[in-house]
Design a protein around this ligand. Structure first.
Ligand SMILES: Cc1cc2nc3c(=O)[nH]c(=O)nc-3n(C[C@H](O)[C@H](O)[C@H](O)COP(=O)(O)OP(=O)(O)OC[C@H]3O[C@@H](n4cnc5c(N)ncnc54)[C@H](O)[C@@H]3O)c2cc1C
Ligand SMILES: NC(=O)c1ccc[n+]([C@@H]2O[C@H](COP(=O)([O-])OP(=O)(O)OC[C@H]3O[C@@H](n4cnc5c(N)ncnc54)[C@H](O)[C@@H]3O)[C@@H](O)[C@H]2O)c1
Length: 464
């Protein structure tokens, strides 16, 4: 074991918030180390957000080319070269790694490639990837170790060597029939991508509908869009057994309300949620407690149960998005400096990058109902947004939830082209506390998608 080295701050895991914190503190002249076992910039640029959006974009191009004749462009069909799709994605990752290494260098923060675990309070032992170990202590320690794909306990699943998102984004062949367990974020995004590349795709979802956290009308619209592209969706289906080998031939038996069914495919992807990377990192030695689901217990200031130890991102149970991990960084940065920023005061938007995308900020209609909040709701089909007359991108709708007792916008959901960008407009109005009429009466440029906000908000029922 090497000598114990002292740092101002040691960060375990180069996650999305942790690396920002390291660069910020490094630039301030603090002695900072980040311990990362595998991905220089954490999972988002290496195996999650950016690589998936990169491949989704390739799939969108295939879709546009396949449908080009609708817009007056003649093509002689579209075929996908998965080797090239993967290469393009890999090139982007390599550029990302260079950018990250340059940011570490410029900030003065030290990146240590190795696996870290607590050896005592605020003391980390690192098994270096290049051999040897180091012992690091920090005045403050920040845990940003992320999560990994959950693999459900289904007979035969382990032996089938199913893909997770990591392997799915590394495929250099096209599965003839990709079966996907889980109709959530990863399942739905990759289902559409692989369908557009040319695979047959089946989603198996045990819940009553896909995109389970959304209102039923939203889920039904997304299902219809996916079904229209030829994706099979089996809902209310609990997988009970898997046989065969992913990449060769694989079959999944499901229990549904009308009995047992078997679905045969070539490849199997598991996307049923995440497990925090908190096992085997010595948290008991550091006095850091976990909650019942295995996430690190933190308060609203992102302090763990151990003095001087903070946690951010997915491992801390924060909503599973990069922008949330980055906001966790801002909270820890300010609280370390004596401030008092909290996680419970923030509004978290998200976008599912299907085509068209699904975006939401604030309350859904069902959440308002569950919480007993009286609301007024308005819907506008995308076919009523003038821009879609020109683009034919007329699938989906906008939906707004407005308080019944005053005129605040409480939530906005949209499936439709540019949904994420339009949502940011509504987010700004919510943050500014604007009555919905201000946005309704704003002059919004013709012929944008955001122009649809005027007619949408014009349909909000009058307050009683
Ligand atoms: C396929 C996919 C697509 C996604 N797309 C989006 C998207 O479009 N938009 C969005 O906002 N979010 C998206 N997400 C979610 C997003 O990737 C995460 O929420 C985000 O990366 C935040 O993670 P984090 O900061 O908690 O940690 P991560 O970014 O996961 O980083 C944790 C790091 O800790 C390292 N680590 C773990 N244990 C140790 C240890 N003991 N020693 C050393 N290092 C360790 C890991 O190797 C990893 O690099 C996606 C996720 C997936 C899986
Ligand atoms: N665009 C984005 O921002 C984006 C993209 C991908 C992932 N993510 C993040 O990553 C997280 C994880 O994604 P995910 O898709 O793994 O999880 P998820 O929670 O979004 O969806 C998991 C789905 O799997 C289903 N399921 C549970 N057990 C199952 C089983 N045994 N068999 C079949 N289905 C089962 C659930 O009912 C649910 O619909 C997301 O919640 C999201 O926060 C974000």
């Amino acid at each position: 074991m090497s000598e114990h080295e002292e740092y101002d701050v040691v960060i375990l895991g180069s996650g999305q918030g942790g690396k920002q914190l390291a660069w910020h503190l490094g630039r301030q002249g603090k002695k900072v180390a980040v311990v990362e076992r595998r991905w220089v910039g954490g999972s988002c640029p290496a195996v999650a957000c950016l690589p998936s959006k990169n491949e989704l974009w390739s799939a969108r191009i295939a879709h546009v080319v396949r449908n080009a004749s609708q817009y007056g462009t003649k093509t002689s069909g579209a075929a996908t070269d998965m080797v090239k799709v993967r290469r393009r994605k890999q090139d982007m990752i390599e550029r990302e790694i260079e950018l990250h290494l340059a940011a570490y260098k410029a900030s003065g923060a030290e990146l240590i490639m190795g696996s870290g675990r607590f050896a005592g309070p605020k003391l980390l032992e690192v098994v270096l990837n290049d051999g040897g170990t180091r012992l690091l202590s920090g005045n403050d320690v920040v845990i940003n170790v992320g999560s990994h794909a959950a693999i459900p306990d289904i007979p035969g699943l382990e032996a089938a060597r199913a893909l997770t998102h990591i392997e799915a984004l590394e495929l250099d062949y096209l599965p003839s029939h990709l079966i996907i367990l889980g109709g959530g974020y990863i399942g739905v995004e990759l289902a559409q991508a692989y369908r557009r590349f040319g695979s047959r795709v089946t989603i198996i979802e045990p819940g009553p509908h896909i995109v389970g956290r959304e209102d039923l009308d939203v889920a039904n619209e997304m299902s219809a869009i996916l079904a229209d592209e030829g994706i099979d969706i089996v809902i209310g289906a609990q997988p009970t057994a898997v046989r065969g080998l992913s990449g060769d031939a694989v079959s999944v038996t499901v229990r549904t309300a009308d009995g047992m069914h078997t679905i045969d495919g070539s490849d199997l992807l598991v996307a049923v949620g995440r497990i925090a990377n908190t096992a085997d990192i010595g948290l008991d030695k550091a006095g850091v407690k976990l909650d019942k689901r295995g996430f690190i217990q933190v308060n609203e200031r992102l302090e763990t149960t151990a003095d001087g130890v903070w946690a951010i991102g997915e491992a801390a149970g924060s909503p599973q998005f990069t922008h949330v991990s980055v906001d966790d960084f801002r909270i820890v940065r300010d609280n370390m400096a004596g401030g008092n920023r909290r996680t419970d005061e923030r509004l978290v938007p998200y976008v599912m990058f299907t085509d068209p995308p699904l975006a939401r900020i604030g309350l859904s209609e069902a959440e308002a109902e569950r919480k007993g909040i009286p609301v007024r709701v308005a819907n506008l089909p995308m076919s009523r947004v003038l821009r879609t007359m020109a683009t034919d991108e007329n699938k989906g709708f906008m939906k707004v939830v407005v308080s019944a007792s005053d005129d605040r916008v409480l939530g906005f959901t949209m499936i439709g082209s540019e949904a994420g960008e339009v949502m940011a407009v509504v987010q700004t109005a919510i943050l500014a506390g604007l009555p919905y009429q201000k946005l309704r009466d704003a002059v919004i440029a013709h012929l944008t998608i955001a122009e649809g906000l005027g007619p949408l908000l014009g349909m909000v029922p009058e307050r009683n």
